[in-house]
Design a protein. Structure first.
Length: 63
């Protein structure tokens, strides 16, 4: 009860996935100099619901 559910358009989910993939490729080519500071910069995971599927901000499908 009290949960906020917001619609996330498919285009926004695809955009987020492409950005995540590009970052992974970039980090594979140019690894971060300080892995500790990278962990501190991570934003907390938020949850959204689109249609019948729930998605986290990192793109994982929730069941």
């Amino acid at each position: 009860m009290g949960e906020v559910i917001r619609f996330v358009p498919r285009s926004e989910r695809e955009r987020t996935g492409l950005i995540r993939e590009a970052r992974a490729i970039y980090d594979g080519i140019f690894p971060p100099a300080d892995p500790v500071s990278e962990k501190q910069n991570k934003a907390p995971v938020s949850h959204t619901v689109s249609g019948a599927n729930a998605h986290r901000s990192d793109g994982a499908l929730l069941s």
